[in-house]
Write a protein that binds this ligand. Structure first.
Ligand code: DMJ
Length: 547
């Protein structure tokens, strides 16, 4: 009886909160408040079973969702105008110091990372200004040791996405320019790339802190962009480099599909036993699935899906439960020892699992979705369990204590919001939108300053840092916006997001399967693009929908 009452009260509080938001929104629109419609949560619950099974109808627009979307758009406007005012042309904004800093070689990372977000949100004037900056001021001849991975996912990915959305050739030309400067990083004994390259001289190397090895999440998270570039230019050289890497990894791919985070570019062998879905492992697994989706799930890319499914068998061996509350989390592993620690970064995994249900046999799909939902609950609780309602960088799980913040900072990361977006689109369960709203409000309360958004040095105390990371505009705000948009905006059967949330259009992949065996020449003669692939360049004019 008591628990029923508690539930009713909780529901009442939720509804009251929603009505308050609705009233605020209607007032802003100059309308009066009327309580004569069906409540959102009840109509959504009615849909829910249907949409989970069939993945259909969850497009009903309601004023609360519209209001939330408008708030996210306003957040983007605030982030953008602060950057514009204090850091224009720099990579990132330091809101408290009111100045710009260059952590990516001075390539205007925030501008490039913002292009598609501005476009999708319909912020045309802002987009035009960003586009003009790229056309006139973006040059890559910098004497700067750049991260091949970061430059690929932010700069190359951002430019390709802008090209796909607008069909403006200039973006593709710039994309090709930066990719050409990155390519020497793959000139190693095995073809596994070094992590760092000087953009001017083309000299590449691995840093000391990896013990001279390459990093799994770097070398395995460049495929979507370079394959995409080959598709759009008709030049196979880009995809040849990155697909050879997967071929090398197949040679050491273990039964459980989980690879250690350091791999030697000299001999292709792992140099550590550490396995994680968090930092330095994460997006390798994401790209196995996404290259398969990008390749139209065809024969050419079948081995990516097979590898991904193998890894998803392996992931089950990392799944653990906290006590006393039974939160599901992904442990880390070193050799055969499990460590009860999970990075917030690993919170991309529920989204990936939800996305991967497409194309899986029913039993597996159910397993993936169940795990996705359980992990989403845990990641949401990473946020809600702290005094600021923002998640720490990682969590330790101790017996009897559930989750405890480990590294206490929050740098405006997107992974949990990303997963909420995917799981919402998959299930149509409005609770994921509500969870996202709780997180969005925490960012508004803790991270918004008059001069942009900052992270927190400590999620327990709320002490602020001085950095608006470019992925906040590329990913966090974009995924929030999509969480409150109909799923016809950037539909997942037509677009695939790179790991920096830059959507690339899924276009026909018409080349032959890559030879997975070594030929005597050590080359894949089969990796030639046939002429049909460039047809897309002539056909396309994109409407992302719903703008
Ligand atoms: C982003 O640059 C990408 O999402 C990457 O895959 C992981 N780290 C950041 C965001 O946290």
């Amino acid at each position: 009886m008591q628990s029923t009452l508690a539930k009713i009260n909780e529901q009442k509080e939720k509804l009251t909160h929603k009505l308050e938001e609705l009233a605020k929104y209607l007032k802003g629109e100059g309308k009066t408040f009327q309580l004569d419609g069906e409540d959102e949560s009840s109509s959504k619950t009615a849909q829910q079973g249907k949409s989970e099974q069939e993945g259909v109808e969850k497009e009903i627009e309601d004023p609360i969702t519209e209001y939330r979307r408008s708030q996210v758009k306003a957040a983007m406007q605030h982030a953008w105008s602060s950057y514009e005012k204090y850091a224009w042309g720099f990579d990132e904004l330091q809101p408290q110091s009111r100045r710009g800093v260059n952590h990516f070689g001075g390539l205007g990372a925030t501008i490039i990372d913002s292009l598609d977000t501005l476009y999708i949100m319909g912020l045309q004037t802002e987009f035009n200004k960003a586009r003009d900056w790229v056309a006139e001021n973006l040059h890559f001849n910098k004497n700067y040791d750049a991260s091949v991975f970061e430059t690929t996912i932010r700069v190359l990915g951002g430019l390709l996405s802008a090209y796909d959305l607008t069909a403006e050739k200039m973006f593709l030309t710039k994309a090709k320019e930066i990719a050409d400067r990155l390519l020497p990083a793959w000139d190693t004994r095995t073809g596994i790339p070094y992590t760092t390259i000087n953009l001017d001289s083309g000299r590449a190397h691995n840093p000391g802190w990896t013990g001279g090895s390459s990093v799994l999440a770097d070398l395995g998270t460049e495929q979507v962009e370079f394959i995409g570039l080959s598709q759009r230019t008709g030049d196979p050289k880009y995809k040849q480099k990155v697909e050879n890497v997967i071929k090398q990894l197949r040679k050491i791919f273990p039964k459980d599909g989980l690879l250690p985070i350091y791999i030697s570019a000299d001999n292709g062998q792992p140099t550590t036993g550490k396995i994680t879905f968090g930092a330095m492992g994460d997006s390798f697994y994401e790209y196995l699935l996404k290259v398969w989706i990008q390749g139209n799930k065809t024969e050419v890319v079948k081995h990516y899906r097979e590898m991904w499914e193998q890894s998803m068998e392996g992931i089950m061996g990392l799944v653990s439960k906290s006590t006393p509350s039974g939160y599901t989390f992904l442990a880390e592993r070193s050799g055969s020892t499990l460590y009860n620690k999970m990075d917030e970064l690993a919170c991309f995994a529920p989204g990936m699992l939800a996305l991967g249900t497409e194309g899986a046999p029913p039993e597996k799909a159910e397993k993936y979705l169940t795990l996705a939902k359980e992990l989403t609950r845990t990641c949401y609780n990473f946020y809600m369990s702290t005094p600021t309602k923002l998640a720490g960088e990682n969590y330790q799980f101790y017996d009897g204590q559930d989750m405890q913040v480990g590294t206490p900072w929050n740098i405006l990361r997107p992974e949990t919001v990303e997963s909420l977006m995917y799981v919402w689109r998959k299930t149509g369960d409005s609770k994921y939108r509500d969870w996202g709203w709780d997180i969005f409000q925490a960012f508004e309360k803790q991270s918004r300053t008059p001069t942009g958004y900052v992270g927190l040095r400590n999620v327990r105390t709320g002490e602020k840092d001085d950095m608006m990371q470019s992925f906040f505009v590329a990913e966090t705000l974009k995924y929030f916006y999509l969480l409150y948009s109909p799923s016809s905006v950037i539909p997942l059967d037509k677009w695939v997001f790179n790991t920096e949330a830059h959507p690339l259009r899924i276009i026909p992949r018409v080349d032959e399967p890559i030879s997975l065996e070594d030929t005597p020449e050590g080359k894949d003669s089969s990796m030639q693009i046939k002429s049909g692939s460039t047809q897309y360049l002539r056909q396309r004019r994109i409407n992302p929908g719903g703008r």
